[in-house]
Design a protein around this ligand. Structure first.
Ligand code: IPE
Ligand code: IPE
Ligand code: MG
Length: 233
């Protein structure tokens, strides 16, 4: 059986979930945000140490203002709840993304990161204003600066990893995308080099514990070879 230490999920399908019910897209995001809490608890109960959720991409700013504002308002409320329940939740929360682009939310993010850093439960990484290409370009420019300043004297895979937003976080073992689309949409392109990928049809608000268990079962039956051949061959 494969060990599942880090699960990453592309939370897709909130809009379609709402449309199917004759509701505004915003209602889908509300349901989606609620489901993050449910799945956090479920993931931790199953012994998974890291959960990364892709909630808003660098490309999602291209959506209509009222949808973007609704998502940011939800994120703001989620941060308030997390700050309030920080001890009870026991989660270590970290933002993955371009911190310069989220306005005044950054203050709450940094407070939550700081308040939660000594917790011992689930490591929850929230990818907001996240884009893998942005992350890699940011890392490359920081590396160039540090190399020029003599702070580093070589550039290799490990060093590049240390300059990514995910520094110190193990690569995801499994990446799930909900709602049927089969693409990564600029998510963890570097870190996903050897991740198992799973695409499920249910939209994110309907992804429940039963779906999670099916996903874990599918992951356990995968043969992760990392370029090698199977031991017995
Ligand atoms: C995912 O749901 C949430 C975000 C990308 C912010 P979508 O809003 O993309 O839902 P669909 O894909 O339009 O159904
Ligand atoms: C991917 O979903 C980003 C997030 C879930 C945050 P999108 O709905 O933005 O992706 P595309 O546009 O279908 O590729
Ligand atoms: Mg979508």
């Amino acid at each position: 059986m494969n060990s599942l230490n880090h699960l990453a999920i592309i939370l897709d399908g909130n809009g379609r979930w709402a449309k199917k019910r004759g509701l505004p897209r915003k209602a889908g995001h509300v349901a989606g945000a609620k489901n993050v809490e449910t799945i956090c608890r479920a993931v931790y109960k199953r012994g998974i140490k890291y959960l990364t959720v892709y909630a808003f991409s660098t490309e999602n700013w291209k959506r209509p203002d009222d949808e973007v504002n609704a998502i940011m308002k939800l994120f703001d409320g989620y941060l308030d709840d997390c700050i309030k329940n920080c001890k009870k939740n026991n989660m270590v929360v970290r933002l993955l993304g371009d911190r310069k682009g989220i306005g005044k939310l950054i203050d709450k993010v940094e407070k939550l990161e700081n308040d939660s850093k000594d917790n011992t439960g689930l490591n929850l990484n929230i990818a907001i204003n996240y884009g893998s290409r942005n992350e890699i370009v940011n890392a490359a420019s920081l590396i160039a600066e540090d190399y020029k300043a003599g702070k580093i004297d070589k550039i290799d895979e490990d060093i590049l990893g240390e300059y990514l937003y995910t520094a110190g976080i193990p690569d995801p073992d499994l990446i799930i995308r909900t709602s049927g689309e089969q693409r990564l949409s600029n998510f963890l392109l570097w870190q996903a080099a050897y991740s198992e990928l799973l695409f499920v049809d249910k939209p994110w608000p309907d992804f429940d514990e039963q779906e999670l268990d099916k996903a874990i079962e599918a992951y356990n039956s995968r043969d992760r070879r990392y370029g090698k051949i199977k031991e017995e061959e």
